[in-house]
Design a protein around this ligand. Structure first.
Ligand code: NAD
Ligand code: KPL
Length: 309
């Protein structure tokens, strides 16, 4: 049995917590403050429902604060990218050289910042296609079956953690290991850089982007240059085809960024187009259409009264 700490009891944190608890692992939620702890203790525990919300199971998982003294063996960081560094710094003193930290954040930038903060700790980045949302606090709805790829942020750090991958699959968290997680993260980032902002700007589902082929193709061409400059030629080679595939295969979906805007929630823009624009400057690889898109997205977020970073 493993001991897991889950920092961020939102959609994905609850989804992972419930499945790990089912396998009798020792799971602890780490909540923000005493008020959150009191709100959680007034519930029946973590709720998990199927996509149709026909069945809900409650899991009486233990909860604590970041200030607890218990050392952390496996830490699942399940907060948004913009909260990740602060959240990790609150538990950093509880991590040891034997700890493993799994980073679920979307986009790029937060993972590297955390590995830099924790040079002695094994940090694994995750790229997940699972989908979940909160029906209410501490109650997650498992909306989309998917798969999670995990890999070391520090290249060739150690042997693949076969026991971890097996444990997660046994807990019905479908996942696999890669020695090249940067490739998966960059691919998802590039796809998100095209689809997410355009769906916000045109306020449309993913499939409706087929009405803007020139804009999509121009952005893909710039991102291909950026991927080459960033040492990701494999991801660059088929980016345009992949973007069109995602547009068509998720035609009826509303992108995560558009959902954030509709729900008046802060987006992860700084870790998507913001990160890509910063890389284009750092690598001296001009991406004018991407910069214009990022600026237009910021204007749009500002108009909605939302943070632009
Ligand atoms: P969420 O907003 O539902 O949950 C995040 C939780 O973290 C919130 O409850 C928040 O209060 C908590 N939190 C933040 N800072 C904290 C702190 N310092 N201490 C304690 N708790 C803290 O987010 P989510 O949808 O679960 O997404 C998490 C990450 O996973 C994001 O980067 C997202 O893009 C990515 N992701 C989500 C999905 C999905 O379907 N939800 C799918 C793939 C990737
Ligand atoms: O990952 C996505 C997101 O919405 O963030 C895409 C692939 C764009 C699917 O909607």
């Amino acid at each position: 049995m493993m001991t897991w700490h889950i920092l961020g009891a939102g959609s994905l944190g609850c989804l992972w917590a419930a499945r790990l608890a089912t396998q009798k692992h020792r799971v602890q939620l780490i909540l923000r403050d005493n008020a959150a702890l009191a709100r959680y203790q007034a519930t029946q525990g973590i709720g998990l429902s199927d996509a149709q919300r026909q069945h809900t199971t409650y899991y009486p998982i233990a909860a604590q604060l970041a200030s607890d003294a218990q050392p952390i063996e496996y830490l699942l960081l399940a907060c948004k990218a913009y909260d990740a560094q602060t959240a990790v710094s609150q538990v950093a003193q509880r991590l040891t050289t034997n700890s493993v930290v799994i980073l679920l954040q979307n986009g790029l930038g937060s993972q590297q910042a955390i590995q830099t903060m924790l040079p002695q700790v094994r940090c694994l980045a995750a790229s997940s296609t699972e989908g979940a949302y909160l029906a209410e606090p501490f109650h997650s709805v498992f909306a989309g079956i998917g798969h999670t790829v995990l890999g070391d942020l520090q290249p060739n750090a150690q042997a693949a953690p076969a026991n971890l991958i097996e444990t997660l699959n046994t807990a019905h968290i479908p996942c696999s290991w890669t020695n090249q997680i940067a490739q998966d993260l960059w691919r998802k980032l590039a796809i998100n850089c095209v689809i997410n902002p355009l769906t916000v700007i045109y306020n449309c589902n993913n499939g409706a982007l087929s009405a803007y082929p020139e804009q999509v193709n121009t952005l893909c061409a710039e991102l291909q240059q950026l991927l080459h400059a960033a040492g990701q030629p494999t991801t660059a080679s088929d980016l345009t085809e992949r973007v069109w595939h995602v547009i068509n295969s998720t035609a009826a979906n509303s992108s995560s960024m558009r959902q954030d805007v509709h729900k008046q929630r802060r987006s992860e823009i700084s870790f998507i187009t913001g990160f890509a624009c910063a890389q284009s400057l750092a690598l001296e690889c001009p991406t004018p259409a991407l910069h214009a898109l990022h600026q237009q997205l910021q204007n749009m977020l500002h108009a909605h009264g939302l943070p632009t970073t």
